[in-house]
Design a protein around this ligand. Structure first.
Ligand code: KIV
Ligand code: ZN
Length: 431
């Protein structure tokens, strides 16, 4: 029953790559249980983590970063529960974060013992500020840490051959790093890992979003064009939302060549959050690209995220907020009513002011129109027709909506469907 709004035709010359639209969905990696969790006032307990895990699996994520087990005992215990209780479907790969220190890498492998598929994710920071002010190291020192990290990950992987291992390297603060250096470090890490024969992901973070999303996309494109190993690697991005453009940066990065996107459900994560996978996935969906995630029960997603994070969802959050399929102004209501009455089930979605059919997210049309002092005749007649089967002549639409508006002004708020009926009944039917 899915109905897509046709992709707008943008008359830019036919460019293949980098592209000006997204035609295939990227790989998704949820970092709710790691980046999202580390940013909570009260981190999730094992029960909450399990509830989030079950939801992520149900939604269709096949790559899930589950924590930083070498740094946190609850994260270690959680990974053990997943493995020992056999909760990881065969098509799902778990990912753990670690720094490039041997004892932490060893502990990460201990946590992962018995996993079928796993990604060991090593990061170290590469930007000038971090190099000079935090670590007191030059470029050589920073790249040695990363290369040594790859060596250890490779050595420990050989000792646990029952697992299908992948390696992920993140030059943390990539977007604030000299791009030539980011490529140099990553290429050195890839060269170190390559003879293992196992897959490698290079994850490019906008650890702090500090430029507009097109600049980040240019950096990703430059990376893809200049690494010696483009064909041998998966290029991933990990964007944050400090300038409010985390999703835009993720989307432009995919257009610029990235294969994979890390983010969280509804955008939890450090500071202003990680990029919101729900929004990006629904943006793809609304343009006719199957995001490969089942987001049809938005209320369940919100309930689990709010339970696990204790952060209430903003009512205007894209696609998910309580108010996003409502229209308060009369002209919007009128346009929606006309479009809904003409919308055929088997044609692309073409309803003004509603980017998608709310039913595709488990929402219903009933909530679309609310009547307050800003509403015009269209809204009131829609309620009377939709909820009570009354088709009014034009003069009565105008008359009834004036009466309802006067009531809305009187009470300075919303007039419910039942109140509209009572007013209509008292005024026109009882007299
Ligand atoms: O934001 C970041 O850079 C991170 C890395 C660990 C990937 O979370
Ligand atoms: Zn992050």
């Amino acid at each position: 029953h899915r109905k897509y709004r046709p992709t707008p035709v943008i008359s830019i010359a036919d460019r293949q790559w980098p592209n000006n639209t997204i035609s295939t969905t990227p790989q998704w990696c949820s970092v709710d249980l790691r980046d999202g969790n580390q940013a909570l006032v009260e981190p999730m307990n094992v029960q909450q983590k399990l509830r989030m895990w079950d939801l992520l699996v149900k939604l269709g994520f096949t790559q899930i970063e589950v924590g930083f087990p070498a740094a946190s005992q609850p994260d270690f215990d959680f990974v053990r529960v997943l493995i020992e209780e056999d909760r990881i479907p065969d098509n799902v790969t778990i990912q753990v974060l670690t720094q490039a220190r041997e004892e932490l890498i060893a502990r990460s492998y201990e946590a992962l013992k018995g996993a079928k598929n796993a990604i060991v994710h090593v990061y170290n920071s590469t930007s000038p500020v971090q190099r000079e002010r935090v670590f007191g190291l030059d470029k050589k020192g920073i790249s040695n840490i990363a290369i040594q990290g790859a060596k250890w990950v490779k050595e420990y992987a050989i000792r646990q051959p029952e697992t299908n291992w992948s390696f992920q390297y993140s030059p943390e603060s990539f977007s604030s790093t000299e791009i030539e250096f980011a490529v140099e470090v990553s290429d050195a890490v890839i060269a170190e890992w390559r003879d293992s024969g196992n897959p490698i992901i290079i994850n490019l973070p906008a650890t702090v979003e500090c430029a507009s999303p097109n600049v980040f996309a240019d950096q990703v494109e430059w990376f893809c064009r200049n690494t010696r190993y483009r064909k041998d690697i998966t290029v991933s991005v990990h964007t944050h939302n400090d300038r409010g453009c985390g999703v835009a940066a993720g989307e432009l990065a995919v257009m610029a060549g990235a294969d994979r996107v890390e983010g969280t459900l509804l955008g939890n994560g450090e500071r202003t959050g990680n990029m919101d996978i729900v929004t990006m996935a629904m943006n793809l969906y609304s343009q006719g690209v199957d995001p490969g995630l089942n987001l049809a029960d938005m209320d369940e997603i919100i309930a689990v995220v709010e339970h696990c994070t204790a952060i209430p969802l903003h009512p205007r959050h894209p696609y998910a907020g309580e108010l996003v399929f409502t229209a308060f102004s009369g002209s919007h209501q009128d346009a929606i009513r006309k479009c809904l009455s003409k919308q055929q089930a088997d044609e692309p979605w073409q309803v003004a002011y509603l980017p998608i059919d709310p039913a595709d997210l488990g929402r219903s049309y009933e909530a679309v129109i609310r009547i307050n002092s800003q509403s015009g005749k269209g809204g009131v007649s829609w309620v009377l027709e939709n909820d009570y089967g009354l088709e009014l002549p034009r003069w009565l639409q105008i008359d009834a909506s004036r009466m309802v508006q006067a009531r809305a002004e009187e009470i300075s708020g919303e007039v419910t469907s039942a109140q509209i009926w009572d007013l209509f009944d008292a005024h026109y039917l009882q007299t």
